[in-house]
Design a protein around this ligand. Sequence first.
Ligand code: COA
Length: 101
Amino acid sequence: MTASRHERRAQVARGRRFGHAPEVTFWIDRGHWGRGIGSQALALLLAQVPERPLLAGTLVDNLGSLAVLRRNGFREIGRERILARGRGIEVEVEAIRLRLD
Ligand SMILES: CC(C)(COP(=O)(O)OP(=O)(O)OC[C@H]1O[C@@H](n2cnc3c(N)ncnc32)[C@H](O)[C@@H]1OP(=O)(O)O)[C@@H](O)C(=O)NCCC(=O)NCCS
Protein backbone atom coordinates (compact mmCIF):
# COMPACT_ATOMS: atom_id res chain seq x y z
CA MET A 1 0.00 0.00 0.00
CA THR A 2 1.40 3.45 -0.83
CA ALA A 3 0.90 6.49 1.38
CA SER A 4 -0.52 9.70 -0.10
CA ARG A 5 1.58 12.90 -0.01
CA HIS A 6 -0.56 14.14 2.91
CA GLU A 7 0.00 10.87 4.83
CA ARG A 8 3.75 10.95 4.17
CA ARG A 9 3.94 14.54 5.48
CA ALA A 10 2.02 13.46 8.61
CA GLN A 11 4.38 10.50 9.12
CA VAL A 12 7.47 12.71 8.85
CA ALA A 13 5.96 15.24 11.30
CA ARG A 14 5.11 12.47 13.78
CA GLY A 15 8.55 10.93 13.35
CA ARG A 16 10.18 14.21 14.38
CA ARG A 17 8.05 14.39 17.50
CA PHE A 18 7.63 10.77 18.60
CA GLY A 19 10.58 8.99 16.95
CA HIS A 20 10.62 6.45 14.14
CA ALA A 21 9.52 2.87 14.82
CA PRO A 22 7.16 0.34 13.22
CA GLU A 23 3.52 1.15 13.87
CA VAL A 24 0.70 -1.29 14.61
CA THR A 25 -2.86 -0.73 13.50
CA PHE A 26 -5.84 -3.10 13.56
CA TRP A 27 -9.39 -3.44 12.32
CA ILE A 28 -11.96 -6.03 13.42
CA ASP A 29 -15.22 -6.62 11.54
CA ARG A 30 -17.89 -4.54 13.34
CA GLY A 31 -20.14 -7.56 13.91
CA HIS A 32 -17.49 -9.06 16.22
CA TRP A 33 -16.56 -6.04 18.37
CA GLY A 34 -16.52 -6.31 22.17
CA ARG A 35 -15.73 -10.02 22.33
CA GLY A 36 -12.04 -9.77 23.13
CA ILE A 37 -10.91 -10.52 19.57
CA GLY A 38 -8.96 -7.26 19.10
CA SER A 39 -7.10 -7.72 22.40
CA GLN A 40 -6.24 -11.35 21.65
CA ALA A 41 -5.20 -10.64 18.06
CA LEU A 42 -2.79 -7.91 19.17
CA ALA A 43 -1.39 -10.18 21.93
CA LEU A 44 -0.73 -12.90 19.33
CA LEU A 45 0.97 -10.41 17.01
CA LEU A 46 3.18 -9.06 19.82
CA ALA A 47 4.21 -12.60 20.79
CA GLN A 48 5.41 -13.22 17.22
CA VAL A 49 7.04 -9.84 16.50
CA PRO A 50 10.03 -9.22 18.84
CA GLU A 51 10.85 -5.75 17.49
CA ARG A 52 10.55 -2.93 20.06
CA PRO A 53 9.64 -0.16 20.43
CA LEU A 54 6.37 -0.29 18.51
CA LEU A 55 4.19 2.76 18.01
CA ALA A 56 0.42 3.10 17.76
CA GLY A 57 -2.02 5.94 17.39
CA THR A 58 -5.72 6.35 17.93
CA LEU A 59 -8.32 9.10 18.30
CA VAL A 60 -8.98 10.17 21.91
CA ASP A 61 -12.59 8.99 21.76
CA ASN A 62 -11.76 5.53 20.39
CA LEU A 63 -12.13 3.82 23.77
CA GLY A 64 -12.14 0.31 22.30
CA SER A 65 -8.80 0.85 20.56
CA LEU A 66 -7.30 2.47 23.67
CA ALA A 67 -8.45 -0.49 25.79
CA VAL A 68 -6.87 -2.96 23.35
CA LEU A 69 -3.55 -1.07 23.26
CA ARG A 70 -3.29 -0.41 27.02
CA ARG A 71 -4.20 -4.01 27.87
CA ASN A 72 -1.27 -5.08 25.71
CA GLY A 73 1.21 -2.79 27.45
CA PHE A 74 1.18 0.31 25.22
CA ARG A 75 1.66 3.56 27.15
CA GLU A 76 0.72 7.08 26.11
CA ILE A 77 3.67 9.21 24.94
CA GLY A 78 1.80 12.29 23.73
CA ARG A 79 -1.10 13.86 21.91
CA GLU A 80 -1.39 15.69 18.61
CA ARG A 81 -4.03 17.38 16.47
CA ILE A 82 -4.48 15.57 13.17
CA LEU A 83 -6.67 16.04 10.12
CA ALA A 84 -9.23 13.24 9.74
CA ARG A 85 -11.25 12.80 6.59
CA GLY A 86 -14.93 12.00 7.04
CA ARG A 87 -18.07 12.63 5.01
CA GLY A 88 -16.00 14.36 2.34
CA ILE A 89 -14.55 17.02 4.67
CA GLU A 90 -11.38 17.24 6.73
CA VAL A 91 -11.76 17.99 10.44
CA GLU A 92 -9.09 18.48 13.10
CA VAL A 93 -9.29 15.87 15.86
CA GLU A 94 -7.12 14.94 18.84
CA ALA A 95 -5.12 11.73 18.58
CA ILE A 96 -3.14 9.84 21.23
CA ARG A 97 0.29 8.41 20.39
CA LEU A 98 1.31 5.28 22.31
CA ARG A 99 4.47 3.18 22.51
CA LEU A 100 5.34 -0.33 23.63
CA ASP A 101 8.98 -0.71 24.79
C1 COA B 1 -10.72 -1.02 18.14
C2 COA B 1 -11.16 -2.45 17.80
C3 COA B 1 -10.03 -3.16 17.06
C4 COA B 1 -11.44 -3.19 19.10
O1 COA B 1 -11.69 -4.56 18.80
P1 COA B 1 -12.52 -5.49 19.78
O2 COA B 1 -12.40 -6.89 19.30
O3 COA B 1 -13.88 -4.93 19.96
O4 COA B 1 -11.69 -5.29 21.14
P2 COA B 1 -11.84 -6.10 22.53
O5 COA B 1 -13.18 -6.73 22.58
O6 COA B 1 -10.64 -6.96 22.70
O7 COA B 1 -11.71 -4.94 23.61
C5 COA B 1 -12.41 -3.73 23.48
C6 COA B 1 -12.53 -3.14 24.86
O8 COA B 1 -12.92 -1.77 24.73
C7 COA B 1 -14.13 -1.58 25.44
N1 COA B 1 -14.93 -0.60 24.72
C8 COA B 1 -15.28 -0.61 23.43
N2 COA B 1 -16.03 0.47 23.14
C9 COA B 1 -16.12 1.17 24.30
C10 COA B 1 -16.74 2.37 24.66
N3 COA B 1 -17.42 3.11 23.78
N4 COA B 1 -16.65 2.79 25.95
C11 COA B 1 -15.93 2.08 26.86
N5 COA B 1 -15.31 0.93 26.56
C12 COA B 1 -15.41 0.50 25.30
C13 COA B 1 -14.80 -2.92 25.47
O9 COA B 1 -15.74 -3.01 26.50
C14 COA B 1 -13.60 -3.82 25.68
O10 COA B 1 -13.19 -3.79 27.03
P3 COA B 1 -13.40 -5.06 28.00
O11 COA B 1 -12.76 -6.24 27.31
O12 COA B 1 -12.73 -4.67 29.27
O13 COA B 1 -14.88 -5.23 28.11
C15 COA B 1 -12.45 -2.46 16.93
O14 COA B 1 -13.43 -1.69 17.57
C16 COA B 1 -12.22 -1.88 15.53
O15 COA B 1 -11.80 -2.59 14.62
N6 COA B 1 -12.52 -0.58 15.36
C17 COA B 1 -12.39 0.08 14.04
C18 COA B 1 -10.94 0.26 13.64
C19 COA B 1 -10.16 1.01 14.66
O16 COA B 1 -10.65 1.95 15.28
N7 COA B 1 -8.92 0.57 14.83
C20 COA B 1 -7.99 1.19 15.77
C21 COA B 1 -7.07 2.10 15.06
S1 COA B 1 -5.45 1.79 15.65
